[in-house]
Design a protein around this ligand. Structure first.
Ligand SMILES: [Zn+2]
Length: 444
């Protein structure tokens, strides 16, 4: 199921300070067909057109079709009935040694189907347990293995995902899906040199332009990072070119990262499952690898990428950039990639820390000009001010609730309603009124 590719926007549109990945969800499909793993081809329109976040938010769109049901039958099947049937099969499986193998296959199919349902309902934890169960009954069930790896990726359990990918590929060496996933896990573990052969093999089995493009990006990245040193800080895997970065600057960056880490763990009430990879570039390399325009200060695409070359010490602005991108990483992990852009950018700026301050008066004027109930266009200042409003008026506890609702799979509107009783449009109006009250017409 390929999503249409969004059209690359004119250059001026992506001259933003930074950006972040956002997962695009596949709608549940009523069609049943062979499952396939697809790389994301639909992109949020604000990201860099050529080299953005495919790596991380490889959107795994599944049409789990393994279940040999016609679409009509599938609609009629309700989950409770399916669970009853599973219990019956289990009982027969226990009693009937002759039919045991055939029954085990049936149970595995049901478990795989239940796993698929859970995955679509954004419950990767539950999905993983269904898929694991399927594999107990049918170890060679390819779709169950694929589903399990996807579930583990969604919850960032990369080590487990890798061992499942290795087992899967060992059993099904010709599975383009499993090879694609194996490469994905290796990529996220920053094992780029192993990512390349896995994806090459997958592509030899099944051409896929999106995967091809990603492979080329990884190869570019590999060329650049081959000469890099890697070091481990307590919570980070740091890659940098020792030739070019001043050791004092490196130390200052690591300190800023570790400080930010401890602070964000508390503020955002989230501990990342794995170390965060941070790649430090010279400005030139940063542009070569990311195709990012020269005024992009940093970006997060599953790895924090910071152009730090040319700096002699970590000045205030660079420190804010480090914290800003780290905040994106935390928000991404906390919400499993489900926070919308305005929220990402609003919170990341708030954590830099930056405040609207004197800028608020002009935001209030703009809001009046637009109309207090008019849709709010995305701008960095608007995003920051909206987050400030939410925190000022409702507190950080509610903001965390909002993030957790998003993580649990609610849409942005539903998550806002659950937390604040208004949706995105309502937030726009409430925020505009709040600004208007603080900076009335004719005021400063
Ligand atoms: Zn940002």
């Amino acid at each position: 199921m390929l999503q249409p590719r969004t059209v690359a926007r004119p250059a001026t549109d992506y001259l933003t300070a930074c950006t972040h990945p956002q997962r695009k969800h596949a709608g549940a499909s009523t069609r049943f067909q062979r499952p396939s793993v697809r790389t994301a081809t639909a992109r949020p329109s604000y990201v860099f057109p050529a080299a953005e976040f495919r790596p991380y938010y490889l959107t795994l769109i599944f049409l789990f079709g393994l279940f040999p049901l016609t679409p009509t039958l599938a609609r009629e099947l309700d989950i409770e009935k399916l669970k009853e049937r599973r219990a019956d099969l289990l009982e027969m499986h226990r009693r009937d040694p002759v039919a045991r193998e055939a029954l085990a296959h049936e149970i595995a199919k049901i478990d795989t189907y239940l796993g698929d349902v859970a995955l679509r309902a954004h419950q990767p934890g539950e999905a993983a347990s269904h898929f694991r169960s399927a594999l107990v009954y049918d170890e060679a069930h390819e779709t169950a293995r694929v589903g399990l790896i996807v579930s583990l990726l969604q919850t960032e359990q990369l080590r487990d995902a890798l061992s499942e990918a290795f087992s899967g590929v060992a059993q099904h060496p010709d599975s383009a899906d499993l090879l694609t996933l194996e490469g994905e896990v290796l990529y996220r573990l920053n094992r780029l040199d192993e990512t390349v052969p896995a994806w090459r093999q997958a592509l030899a089995l099944r051409p896929d332009p999106a995967l091809q493009e990603r492979l080329e990006q990884v190869e570019r990245e590999l060329n650049h990072t081959e000469s890099y040193r890697t070091s481990e800080a307590p919570h980070f895997t740091l890659q940098y070119d020792g030739e070019r970065l001043d050791p004092n600057l490196e130390e200052a960056i690591v300190d800023t990262l570790e400080e930010g880490y401890d602070e964000f763990v508390r503020t955002l009430d989230h501990i990342p499952d794995a170390t965060v990879t941070v790649i430090l570039y010279t400005r030139q390399e940063f542009r070569a690898i990311t195709d990012a325009s020269s005024n992009v200060k940093g970006l997060f695409d599953g790895k924090v990428r910071l152009p730090m070359g040319g700096l002699t010490y970590l000045n205030r602005a660079a420190r804010a950039t480090v914290r800003h991108e780290l905040a994106h990483a935390f928000l991404h992990f906390k919400t499993r990639g489900r926070a919308p852009r305005w929220l990402h950018e609003g919170i990341a700026q708030w954590l830099e820390p930056r405040s609207s301050g004197s800028r608020e008066a002009s935001l209030a004027r703009e809001a009046r000009r637009r109309g207090l109930d008019a849709p709010v266009p995305f701008t960095y200042p608007n995003a920051l001010s909206q987050v400030e409003y939410l925190i000022d008026y409702y507190g950080t506890h509610e903001l965390l609730d909002l993030l957790e609702h998003l993580r649990d799979g609610l849409s942005v509107n539903a998550a806002l309603r659950d937390t604040y009783r208004f949706d995105v449009a309502g937030l726009g109006s409430e925020w505009a009124r709040w600004l208007d009250l603080r900076h009335p017409e004719g005021g400063r």
